[in-house]
Structures are given as C-alpha cells and as structure tokens.
Write a protein that binds this ligand. Structure first.
Ligand code: APR
Length: 257
C-alpha cells in the first residue's frame, strides 16, 4: 500500500480529526513560506519586521512590509489542498477542526467558495482557527479594536499610517508577532480540538514554532495518531504513523477523497 493510500485509510477511519496547517499549505497558491529556499526569513529579518519592538522602533518599515505581503496575498487563490479540506469539513460538520498558523485567510476563502458550490448556507464548519491572526485585518495597538476591512495602507511616511478612530493609537496588522502571546480563546479551542481528536493531520509546517507546533503532541498524548504531509521530513516525522512526502495541493485531494 502506498503512503498516500495508507494515509487515506487512516483518515477515513478517524472519528474526529484536527488539521494543523502551515505555510506549505499555501505555497502552491503563491504565498511565500518562511523557512523554505525562497522563504521570507531568508531575505527579511524577523526581528526588524515581526516583533512589537520593531513596530515601536519603525512602524513605517513594518507597515511597508505588511502592505506588500497583504497585496501579495490578495492576489492569491485557495489551491486544491484548501478546497479539498473545506469540502471534507463541510460534508461532515463537527468531524474536523482546522487550526492554521497562516495569516493569509485562504482557508476561509476556500470554505466560502466550497459552501457556495455545495449550496450550503454556512461555510463556518470549514473555517480555520487562525492562531497567528489574519493579515487582512487591522488591530489598534492601544485599545485592540479590530477593523475587518481596513483601507489600503500608505506607508510612504509615518504620518500617513492608519490610526484608531476610537483612541487615536497606531493601527497594526492583526497578526501575532514573535514574543507575543496568542489569543487564549483561539489557541485554547485548538488544544481542545486536539485533545478530542483521534487523528491529527499536519500539512505543510516545519513544526518548529510553539505553541502551535504542540497541537500534534496534544493528540498523541490523548491516544490519537499523527499523519503528516510535507515536501520533506520534519522534527515531527518520527512521531507520525504515516508521513507522506509531496505537495499538499496534489496529495490532499487524494487523502481526503
Ligand atoms: N506542500 C507541502 N509542504 C510544503 C510545500 C507544499 N507545496 N511547500 C513547502 N512545504 C513545507 C516545507 O517543507 C516546510 O516544512 O512547508 C513547511 C513550511 O515551513 P515554514 O516556512 O517554517 O512555515 P511554518 O511552519 O508555517 O512557520 C510557522 O513561523 O515564521 C513564523 O508565524 C510564522 O506561522 C509561521 C510560523
């Protein structure tokens, strides 16, 4: 039996599944990964762009980078991996919880388009828990007020950066930066889903950044198993019952069929 066929059999016999996705899930949509050959952290320094201190030091530089990433993501579409997962989740509501480290919103977009195709009123069963936030949303750095559809950011100079209508503080992208805590409700829901799952499907993550990378271990500690899909082995591979090497966009439609 091929690794893909084995993964498919394991997934088919799982009662409750938690899916953890990383940048590799969106790579075939054109969203750069972080640590891959052309990954963002190869050409940009996270300490200059993705920390609260970097934002305090030079908010214009940070906004310039996020405005670039935001426009890049806006031009990307969900790929067959996102669509297969959304269909799997919508066809058996309550059976699958998706937890994503990605801030690109592509799981939500896939959920909406598949729900439309299936004539379903709500895409919500296929929405992902976005543990690292969402790049298309703004959050006030003072009062934490959220703006779902912010205006385009003009990062040419610090005076033109977006400010909160409510308290006047600088707005920032609603993403979790290094050294910042995750939203306890969102990561709490992710761990609860991992505890309740008998299978954790891990797709396109280097499994290095915690606490998200602990989700598979929570399932393992609760007696469940791990199935991994990645281009290459990761630190998680030795603990996986099945580790399928290849592209998520090609493998997930087969594994979730
Ligand atoms: N299909 C499957 N896996 C892929 C594909 C693909 N098409 N392309 C790349 N991968 C794999 C890589 O082999 C790698 O293991 O996806 C993984 C991407 O790893 P990272 O770039 O480290 O991204 P991720 O694990 O999501 O990073 C976690 O780190 O920088 C922070 O907050 C950021 O959420 C991010 C977190």
């Amino acid at each position: 039996m091929t690794a893909t066929a084995r993964a498919r059999t394991l997934v088919a016999s799982a009662e409750r599944m938690v899916v953890l996705t990383g940048a590799g899930m969106s790579a075939e949509s054109g969203v750069p990964t972080f640590r891959g050959p052309a990954g963002l952290w190869k050409s940009f320094r996270p300490e200059e762009l993705a920390t609260p201190r970097a934002f305090a030091r030079d908010p214009r530089l940070v906004w310039e980078w996020y405005a670039w990433r935001r426009s890049l993501v806006a031009d990307c579409q969900p790929n067959p991996a996102h669509l297969a997962l959304a269909r799997f989740a919508l066809e058996a509501p309550g059976r699958t919880t998706t937890v994503t480290q990605n801030v690109d919103g592509l799981h939500h977009r896939a959920a909406r388009s598949v729900a439309d195709d299936l004539g379903m009123s709500s895409p919500e069963p296929a929405f992902a828990l976005e543990v690292h936030g969402a790049i298309h949303r703004d959050r006030c750095s003072g009062c934490a007020r959220l703006v779902d559809t912010p205006a385009e950011v003009d990062a040419t100079d610090a005076t033109s950066l977006p400010r909160c209508d409510h308290c006047g503080h600088l707005m920032r992208p609603d993403v979790v930066w290094f050294g910042e805590p995750l939203d306890p409700d969102v990561i709490g829901a992710a761990f609860a889903a991992a505890r309740a799952a008998d299978l954790c499907l891990v797709v396109g993550t280097s499994a290095l950044v915690h606490p998200a990378a602990s989700v598979p271990d929570v399932t393992l500690r609760s007696g469940g198993i791990v199935v991994e899909v990645n281009l290459e082995p990761t630190p998680l591979s030795p603990r996986a019952t099945s580790s399928v090497m290849g592209r998520a966009g090609e493998l997930l439609p087969e594994i979730l069929a």
